[in-house]
Design a protein around this ligand. Structure first.
Ligand code: DGJ
Length: 722
C-alpha cells in the first residue's frame, strides 16, 4: 500500500519501493515534515522545532510551534516562516499578504487527480494520491496539497490547488509546487547551466548558507538552466551516499530554490517562482499549480538518475507510435532553407538506400520562407517549391519506401508575413514600445484563444489528409517582455503562464488530430528539454550543437535527469570527417540516444554510404538496451577534461553496453578503470564486438582503458551473458 494514514496520531506515510515519506500534524493543525529517505521500519522522525530567538509564534501555542524553525510541509509567506516560502497570497481588499492556513481534512485517492490544462505524470495501477485540505478562514481560501506516489520508480510528485471561496479577489504572488525540508547541512547541489549549442553543463557546488537559485525568466525552461536539480551529501558518488532529485513538469519560466538555514536544514522549493508570475484569482475561482517531482536514493547520484529515467519512461513520455524508433535523415544541416520537392525526393531515395526510416523536411517548405526573414506564421506550402501540392509530394516521398516528417514552428511569426500584417496585436510585446526581434521573429500570444484557433485551422487545412508520420515542433526565440493584449492590466503577470497553457492546448490538439504521428520537440536544440515537453514528444532534439566534442558534454549533462530514449542524436557534418574513424566516433557519440543523420548524403562516397548502412544495422542491435536499460555513468567529462564512459545494463543483467569516449580535450596519456558493478559475479560474458569472453568478476573489477591517442576516438563493448 503506497499511502497509509494514522488519523488518530495525525501521521501520513507515503511509501515507494525503496523510500518512505512521513508527514504529521502538529497539534492536529499544522502539516509538518517528519522524514523522507530510505524505506526503513521505524524512520527517525524529526521536524526541528528547537526554539531560536526572534522566531515569531502565536501566543496560544507559545514556543510549541515556531514556523520559522519547523520543517513545515508547505511554507507560506506571511505566516511566521521567514525562510524562502512556497506560496505568497495577497488579499486585494486589504492589501495584506499574511496567511494562516490550518488543517481541515485528508483523503486517500486511488490513482491521481488530473491537472486542468497542464501536463502531468500519468498514473498506473500502483499510483495513489494523498490530498490534504487546509483552510485560511480570514482569507476564505482552501488550499489542497496533493502528494502522488509512483511506487515503482521511487518518485513522489506534488502540486496544489487553491480555491478562492471569498467574495473578493486574491493575487497569487509566488507559486512553488514542491517544498521539502531536508535535515542536513552538508549537501552539494548539482545543477545544469548553458546556452544555445552548449546546453546542460554539469555543475556541482556545496549548498551554502543563504539562498541559491536556478531559474529561467525567458518564457521557456531554456538552454541556460534546466529545472532538473539534484542534491546529495558531500561525499556522495555515482554509487554511494544519500541523493535527492527534483524536476518540474512545465516548460516555461521556473525557479528551483535551495536555502540552508541556521537550524541546519536545507529547504528545496520547485515551482513557477515570483519574478515572472502573478495570478489574479477571482472570487469563486480555482488555480492549479504545475506538478513537481522528487526522488531519493541512499545509493548515490546514479540511482537518482535511474529513478528519474524509469519515471520519465513509465509516466511522462507518450506511447511510441512506431514499433521501432525511426532513424531519421534531416534536411537542415544539409540544405538549410534551400529545399524543394525534387531535392527532397532524391534525398529520400538516398536515405532508403542507407537503411534509414524517415525523411524529415526541415524549415523552408511554407509561405515565403526562403530565409529566416519571412513567412513564419503562414502555414501553407510554397507553391513554387512544391508545385503539385503537399499531399502529392508526400506521397512521392513515401513511394521511395520511407516515412515522412515535417518541421513546424507554430508559436512564432515573422513581421514579414501575411499573419503579422493581418494581426500585429497577436504578439507578446510591451505596449507602446517597438517590439524586439530575435532571429527576425516575434512570439505569438499563445494564451489568446483567437491565436490558437487561427493556428488549429491553418494547420488542419494544410495537414489534414496528408500522410505525415512525424512533426518536428521547433521554437526559436525566447521572450523579451510578455504582455498580452488579450489580458486586463491586472492580469499581465499571467501572460507567460497563459502562453504555456496555450502551447499545451495546441500540443493536445495535434496529438488528438494526428494520433499516428510522433512529435520530436526542439527549441533551437535543447531550449525546452523538460518534462512538460516530454509529455507530448517522443524525443527532443538535444542540441543544435552537432560536433561530437561538445555533444559528449551536452548528452552527459542531460543524462542526469532524462533517459537516453528522449535524446535525439544525429551524426552530422560529414565534410569534417576527413578520416573514416571520425565518422565512427560520431556514430558512437550518437549512440547515447535516438539515432539520426543530418548532412548531404548525396555527396557521400560509396564507402561512406556502406559505413552508414552498417551503422544503422549495428544501432538496431543496441537500441532496446539504450532505450530501456539502466544507465551507469563511469567517467564524467566535466571532471576528466572530456573523457567520458558509461554503460547500459538490461534489467535482467543479460546484456551490458559499455562506451568509452575520448574527446579532443584530453591530450595527456591517462588510464582509467571502468568497473561494471552491474555484471553478475559468477556469470561469463561474451563481448560481441571483440569476440573475447570475460567473467562477471573481471568486469566488476574493471577494464583498464587509456587515453593514448591525440585525437578523439571511442571504444565500445557489447557484453552478452553466456
Ligand atoms: C533550429 C533547430 O534547432 C534546427 O534543427 C532547425 O530546425 C532550425 N531551427 C530551422 O530553422
Amino acid at each position: 500500500m503506497a499511502i497509509s494514514m494514522d488519523r488518530k496520531n495525525g501521521y501520513f506515510y507515503l511509501r515507494t519501493k525503496n523510500t518512505v515519506y512521513v508527514l504529521g500534524l502538529h497539534e492536529g493543525k499544522y502539516p509538518v515534515h517528519l522524514y523522507y529517505g530510505k524505506r526503513v521500519k521505524s524512520p527517525v522522525l524529526s521536524s526541528h522545532t528547537q526554539a531560536l530567538s526572534f522566531a515569531p509564534y502565536y501566543a496560544a501555542h507559545g514556543y510549541d510551534f515556531l514556523p520559522d524553525v519547523t520543517s513545515v510541509e508547505f511554507p507560506l509567506f506571511g505566516s511566521g516562516d521567514m525562510r524562502a516560502t512556497a506560496l505568497k497570497l495577497r488579499r486585494l481588499a486589504s492589501g495584506a499578504a499574511a496567511t494562516h492556513f490550518t488543517y481541515r481534512s485528508a483523503r486517500k485517492l486511488a490513482g491521481r487527480c488530473e491537472i486542468q490544462g497542464l501536463p502531468f505524470a500519468s498514473a498506473d495501477e500502483n499510483t495513489q494520491t494523498l490530498e490534504l485540505c487546509l483552510e485560511d478562514e480570514v482569507l476564505c481560501c482552501r488550499l489542497y496539497l496533493y502528494y502522488t506516489v509512483f511506487p515503482e520508480s521511487d518518485v513522489i510528485s506534488r502540486h496544489f490547488v487553491l480555491e478562492n471561496r471569498s467574495e473578493g479577489d486574491v493575487s497569487i504572488e509566488k507559486c512553488m509546487s514542491l517544498a521539502l525540508d531536508i535535515p542536513r547541512d552538508d549537501l552539494d547541489m548539482i545543477s545544469f547551466w548553458g546556452g544555445h549549442k552548449c546546453e546542460r553543463n554539469y555543475q556541482r557546488t556545496p549548498v551554502m548558507h543563504g539562498n541559491q537559485r536556478v531559474q529561467s525568466r525567458r518564457g521557456a525552461s531554456s538552454h541556460h538552466y534546466n529545472p532538473c536539480l539534484l542534491l546529495c551529501e558531500r561525499k556522495a558518488t555515482e554509487e554511494h551516499g544519500e541523493a535527492y532529485g527534483f524536476n518540474f513538469i512545465y516548460s516555461g519560466n521556473f525557479l528551483d530554490e535551495v536555502e540552508l538555514s541556521l537550524n541546519g536544514t536545507t529547504r528545496v522549493l520547485v515551482g513557477l517562482g515570483a519574478e515572472n508570475f502573478t495570478y489574479l484569482l477571482k472570487a469563486g475561482e480555482r488555480f492549479s499549480s504545475p506538478e513537481a517531482v522528487m526522488t531519493y536514493s541512499a545509493k548515490g547520484v546514479g540511482q537518482v538518475s535511474r529513478n528519474m529515467h524509469d519515471f520519465v519512461r513509465s509516466h511522462i513520455l507518450p506511447r511510441d507510435v512506431f514499433p521501432q524508433r525511426p532513424v531519421v535523415l534531416n534536411s537542415w544541416e544539409a540544405f538549410h532553407f534551400d529545399i524543394d520537392a525534387k531535392l527532397m525526393v532524391d534525398f529520400a531515395k538516398e536515405a532508403v538506400a542507407c537503411g534509414m526510416d524517415m525523411l524529415v523536411m526541415d524549415d523552408g517548405w511554407f509561405g515565403a520562407r526562403t530565409s529566416d526573414a519571412a513567412g513564419l506564421g503562414d502555414w501553407f506550402e510554397n507553391k513554387s517549391r512544391f508545385p503539385s501540392g503537399l499531399a502529392a509530394f508526400v506521397e512521392e516521398v513515401r513511394q521511395t519506401g520511407i516515412k515522412f516528417g515535417i518541421w513546424i514552428e507554430p508559436e512564432m511569426v515573422n513581421p514579414d508575413s501575411a499573419l503579422y500584417r493581418a494581426h500585429p496585436e497577436w504578439v507578446l510585446a510591451a505596449p507602446d514600445y517597438e517590439p524586439m526581434l530575435s532571429r527576425k521573429q516575434l512570439v505569438l500570444d499563445m494564451g489568446n484563444p483567437a491565436v490558437r484557433d487561427y493556428l488549429k485551422d491553418a494547420f488542419a487545412k494544410t495537414f489534414d489528409g496528408v500522410a505525415i508520420d512525424y512533426f518536428k515542433w521547433d521554437m526559436n526565440r525566447n521572450f523579451d517582455y510578455a504582455y498580452s493584449t488579450a489580458l486586463s492590466p491586472q492580469q499581465q503577470g499571467e501572460a507567460a503562464y497563459r502562453y504555456m497553457l496555450g502551447v499545451y492546448d495546441l500540443f493536445t490538439c495535434f496529438c488528438q488530430r494526428y494520433p499516428n504521428a510522433m512529435i520530436e520537440n526542439c527549441s533551437g536544440g535543447g531550449g525546452r528539454f523538460d518534462l512538460g515537453m516530454m509529455k507530448y514528444s517522443t524525443q527532443i532534439w538535444t542540441s543544435d550543437q552537432t560536433r561530437p566534442k561538445n555533444r559528449v558534454y551536452i548528452q552527459y549533462g542531460s543524462s542526469f535527469g532524462y533517459p537516453a530514449s528522449v535524446m535525439s542524436c544525429h551524426v552530422a557534418k560529414l565534410a569534417e570527417c576527413k578520416n573514416p574513424r571520425w565518422l565512427d566516433y560520431r556514430f558512437r557519440v550518437a549512440l547515447q540516444g535516438a539515432l539520426g543523420y543530418e548532412f548531404n548524403i548525396m555527396q557521400a562516397s560509396d564507402t561512406v554510404k556502406d559505413a552508414l548502412r552498417r551503422q544503422v544495422e549495428e544501432y538496431r542491435g543496441y537500441e532496446r538496451l539504450i532505450f530501456e536499460g539502466d544507465l551507469y555513468r563511469l567517467l564524467n567529462p566535466f571532471e576528466t577534461n572530456g573523457v567520458s564512459a558509461y554503460y547500459y545494463a538490461s534489467k535482467d543483467q543479460n546484456e551490458l553496453l559499455l562506451s568509452f569516449l575520448q574527446n579532443e580535450g584530453e591530450k595527456k596519456p591517462r588510464s582509467f578503470r571502468l568497473k561494471l558493478t552491474r555484471a553478475e559475479k559468477n556469470a561469463s560474458y561474451l563481448d560481441r564486438l571483440s569476440g573475447k569472453t570475460y567473467t562477471g568478476e573481471e568486469l566488476r573489477r574493471g577494464l583498464t582503458v587509456c587515453t593514448d591517442k591525440e585525437e578523439q576516438y571511442g571504444i565500445m563493448w557489447h557484453f552478452v551473458k553466456q
